[in-house]
Ligand binder design. Structure first.
Ligand SMILES: [Zn+2]
Length: 74
């Protein structure tokens, strides 16, 4: 595993990605605690279903954003 510090870059949608070890996060989205449709854009402050807030939630994973938001299926 590459132990160098994370670095930031943009994906093809001009969204900010952050690489942490083997994990690539998309900083333009965050995950709430719902089982489905848990990816929210950064403009959304809170999930009305589970009351998760953006501040207290982790960033979404890039591969999940691609899959569920952009429908960029492999
Ligand atoms: Zn939710």
């Amino acid at each position: 595993m590459n132990s160098e510090n994370f670095h930031d870059s943009l994906n093809e949608y001009n969204e900010k990605m952050q690489c942490v070890g083997d994990i690539v996060l998309n900083l333009d989205y965050w995950d709430c605690e719902c089982e489905n449709n848990y990816i929210h854009p950064i403009e959304q402050q809170v999930c009305k279903k589970c009351d998760s807030t953006r501040e207290d939630s982790p960033s979404s994973r890039e591969n999940e954003v691609k899959h569920y938001v952009h429908r960029n299926l492999p």
